[in-house]
Design a protein around this ligand. Structure first.
Ligand SMILES: [Zn+2]
Length: 214
């Protein structure tokens, strides 16, 4: 542990490398347009590593990863944390087993959020891929992905998200006209959840197109 920093710098470097590799892949898929989206990994009980606001996610470097505390404040740097940092740290604070949070703005996520905003959720049902979500061992279960109204007021948005957690297990949610939040115990699980959401939302949109007017 570094004497002047309250976290393990070696662990931070390790996690920064993992975040960079994964985020570049997600950027290459077109899920992080125009410097949007943000990504984090738990560093320890009191800190998380998170992408600095406004950086091109396809060209991330180690200096683009910063440390924040669980209130979303910068630690050990004067980088500006994303306004949405609170939506990451609320997951780490509430769930000790959440280790990684991924937030993207893909086309399918954005369009689905608009289309299903009125309903307040997207129902995913009957898909084999529902088994990709931790604890879901059957395709017979239905998963309702909540769609929250967009807001620039993060404490309000965070409070709405917190209320969702009281209802039952959740692996992600959409924000209207904005994008998706997905998480897991580690990067691999969060990526699996994110990939499953993206695939299933895309299926729902395609089904809508194919059945329109029938
Ligand atoms: Zn966002």
């Amino acid at each position: 542990m570094n004497e002047t920093l309250p976290y393990d710098v070696h662990r931070l470097r390790e996690l920064a490398g993992e975040i960079i590799i994964n985020v570049r892949e997600l950027a290459a898929l077109g899920w992080t347009p125009a410097t949007s989206s943000n990504f984090s990994h738990r560093l320890d009980d009191a800190h998380a590593a998170i992408t600095v606001s406004g950086r091109d996610k396809g060209k991330l470097r180690e200096g683009d990863i910063m440390v924040v505390d669980m209130a979303g404040r910068a630690v050990g740097s004067d980088h500006r944390p994303s306004a949405e940092t609170l939506l990451h740290t609320q997951l780490y604070s509430r769930f000790p087993d959440v280790g990684c949070v991924l937030h993207t703005h893909s086309r399918a996520q954005t369009i689905a959020s608009r289309l299903f905003a009125g309903a307040g959720h997207v129902r995913l049902e009957g898909y084999e891929l529902l088994k990709a979500f931790r604890g879901n061992d059957t395709h017979e279960a239905a998963v309702d992905v909540p769609v929250l109204p967009n807001s620039q007021d993060m404490p309000t948005l965070a409070a709405q998200v917190d209320a969702l957690f009281d209802r039952g297990p959740l692996w992600g949610y959409l924000i209207d006209g904005h994008g998706l939040y997905a998480w897991g115990r580690d990067m691999a699980e969060a990526r699996r959840h994110l990939d499953a959401f993206e695939f299933l939302l895309d299926c729902e949109l395609e089904l809508r197109r194919l059945t329109a007017g029938h």
